[in-house]
Design a protein around this ligand. Structure first.
Ligand code: 13P
Ligand code: SF4
Length: 291
C-alpha cells in the first residue's frame, strides 16, 4: 500500500500517466490509469496531455508512444523488456526484401522496431490488421507483411489476400498447440475458446474467437458465455476476472507466460528524431483509420 501511495504521489508530481498492457502482472494493472491492447495503448499515448508516460509493456510499445509523443518523457519499467518476435526482423533485412519486390506495399505489425517501421507504408495491430488489409490495402497487388507469419495467415484467411511474409512468430503464443485446446475443451465442456491471432493457424482453427487482447476483454463482457478458455498470455485473466466476477476463465496452458511482459524498473527511452519521423508516418496512417 505504501508503494502504491508513493506511485500515486509521484504520478501527480511528475504529471505522469501509467499505461499498462493486458499481460502485465496484477499489481501493475491495478496501479495503471489505463490497461489495454497495443492499439488502445497507442491511441492513449497519442492523446494524453500528461508530461510523462510510464509504459508498462515491452520496448516496441514504449517506443511507439515516444514516436507519437516526441515531446514527452516515456519511461519503460525495464529496458530489457523486449519482444522476441519484433527482434526477428531488422531494417536491413526488410530493405533487402523490399528490393526483391519493388512494387509491393509494406505492412508491419506494431511488434517491430522503429527502424523497421520507418521502412513501412502502414502499421497494424492484431485489432485492426484485417481492416488495414481489407480496406486500406484492398487494391494493393503485392503486400509484404512482417514479421508475424501466423498473424499474416489469419489475415489472409479473413481477407482472401496473399502476402509476401517473413518467418517471424511469437515464441510465447507458439507454445499453444492444438492438443492444449482439445484438452481444455474436454476438461471444460460448454466453455467457449478465444485465442490470439499470434497463435499457430492449426490452433486458431480450433477456436471460437480469434481476437486481440482488447477484443478478448470486450468479448468476455458482452458474450453470453459464462465459461471461457483463454488462449493467450495469462496476465489478461486478472483483468477478465475483475471485470466479470460472475464468469469463469481457464488459461489454455500454464506455460504461455511472456517473460518480457513481467519485468519491472524505470528507465527513459529515446528514439532518434530522424527514425521517429519516418516511423511516425506509418503509425499515424493506422491511427487515422482507427479500429
Ligand atoms: P495485443 O495488441 O492483442 O494486446 O497483442 C500484443 C502482443 O504483444 C500480443 O502478444
Ligand atoms: Fe512479443 Fe509474444 Fe511477448 Fe507479445 S507475447 S510481447 S508478441 S513475445
Amino acid at each position: 500500500m505504501e508503494l502504491v501511495e508513493k506511485i500515486e504521489r509521484l504520478k501527480k508530481e511528475r504529471k505522469a500517466v501509467i499505461l499498462a498492457h493486458n499481460y502485465q502482472i496484477p499489481e501493475v494493472q491495478d496501479v495503471a490509469d489505463f490497461v489495454g491492447d497495443s492499439l488502445e495503448l497507442s491511441i492513449k499515448a497519442s492523446q494524453t496531455d500528461a508530461e510523462v508516460i510510464v509504459f508498462c509493456g515491452v520496448h516496441f510499445m514504449a517506443e511507439t508512444a515516444k514516436i507519437l509523443s516526441p515531446g514527452k518523457t516515456v519511461l519503460l519499467p525495464d529496458k530489457k523488456a523486449g519482444c522476441p518476435m519484433a527482434d526477428m526482423i531488422t531494417a536491413e533485412q526488410l530493405r533487402a526484401l523490399k528490393a526483391e519486390h519493388p512494387g509491393a506495399k509494406v505492412l508491419c505489425y506494431v511488434n517491430t522496431s522503429a527502424e523497421v517501421k520507418a521502412e513501412c507504408d502502414l502499421c497494424c495491430t492484431s485489432a485492426n490488421a484485417v481492416r488495414m488489409v481489407g480496406e486500406v490495402l484492398k487494391d494493393a497487388e503485392e503486400i509484404i507483411f512482417v514479421p508475424d507469419r501466423y498473424l499474416a495467415a489469419f489475415v489472409a484467411g479473413k481477407t482472401g489476400k496473399t502476402f509476401i511474409v517473413w518467418p517471424g512468430f511469437c515464441p510465447t503464443h507458439a507454445k499453444i498447440l492444438p492438443e492444449h485446446i482439445q484438452a481444455a475443451r474436454a476438461l471444460h465442456p460448454g466453455a467457449v475458446v478465444m485465442v490470439h491471432p499470434e497463435c499457430r493457424p492449426e490452433v486458431a482453427a480450433l477456436a471460437d474467437q480469434v481476437i486481440s487482447t482488447g477484443g478478448m476483454s470486450r468479448y468476455a463482457r458482452e458474450a453470453a458465455a459464462r465459461e471461457i478458455i483463454v488462449g493467450t498470455e495469462p496476465g489478461i485473466i486478472h483483468r477478465l476476472k475483475k471485470e466479470n466476477p460472475d464468469k469463469i476463465f481457464h488459461p489454455v496452458s500454464d506455460s504461455v507466460v511472456c517473460p518480457n511482459m513481467k519485468r519491472t524498473s524505470l528507465e527513459k527511452i529515446e528514439v532518434p528524431e530522424e527514425t521517429a519521423s519516418r516511423a511516425r508516418r506509418c503509425i499515424e496512417a493506422m491511427l487515422n483509420v482507427g479500429r
